[in-house]
Design a protein around this ligand. Structure first.
Ligand SMILES: [Zn+2]
Length: 205
């Protein structure tokens, strides 16, 4: 029995999958009637076809889903999560600069104030641009990433200049690197720039 058992054992997988020729299939059935071990093995293997079927179904739904999103992303600038992150960072730049010029309650009122005048105007442009870029990103417009670049780089450069050489009529902050808001803005702007740059450099699909 043992050599027949060994032979048949090797056929059990194919038997369960229905892949055996009639002769072999009959041989397996004959053996099964007298071999409890093999019957047990067949019982265990019997779940395989179901698993395979379930797996191929889910693979098919998965690939359908992939191609659906693939089709979507070919007309869209980046994944929803990255667009949302970009929008959030743009709004953070706006928020930080509003806060820096006391432009929101309770410490101040919109739109806030800064000296000198040209920096105040720069802040306002930046804040409006941050909101505009966030909206464009939420609307899935590639232009949002383009606008995000100067919104990230502009205040970053301004921050460094006011801390090093100073800007005309703006020398108070020379050497003042440690403000929490300033550090937060540098981090947010660096992240935003990296993200926008990465998204714009992606091959247009
Ligand atoms: Zn057996």
């Amino acid at each position: 029995m043992s050599s027949e058992h060994q032979d048949v054992r090797l056929l059990l997988g194919a038997y369960v999958l229905g892949a055996l020729e009639d002769a072999d299939s009959g041989r397996v059935q004959d053996h099964l009637s007298g071999c409890q071990l093999c019957r047990g093995e067949v019982a265990e293997l019997a779940v395989l076809p179901q698993l395979l079927r379930r797996r191929s179904t889910s693979t098919m739904t998965g690939s359908t889903r992939t191609s659906a999103t693939g089709a979507t992303s070919s007309t869209r600038p980046g994944s929803t999560a990255l667009l949302a992150l970009g929008a959030l960072l743009c709004l953070a730049v706006t928020y930080i600069h509003l806060a820096d010029q006391g432009g929101y309650p309770p410490s101040g009122w919109f739109p806030g104030d800064t000296d000198p005048q040209y920096i105040k105007i720069g802040y306002y442009l930046l804040e409006a641009g941050g909101v505009a870029a966030a909206l464009l990103l939420l609307l899935r417009r590639r232009l949002g990433w383009v606008l995000a670049l100067p919104i990230a780089a502009g205040p970053f450069i301004g921050y460094v200049l006011t801390r090093t050489t100073g800007l005309p009529d703006a020398t108070d902050d020379k050497g003042n690197w440690v403000g929490t808001l300033g550090i937060a803005s540098l981090i947010v702007e660096a992240l935003l720039f990296g993200l926008a740059w990465g998204q714009l450099r992606r091959p247009a699909d």
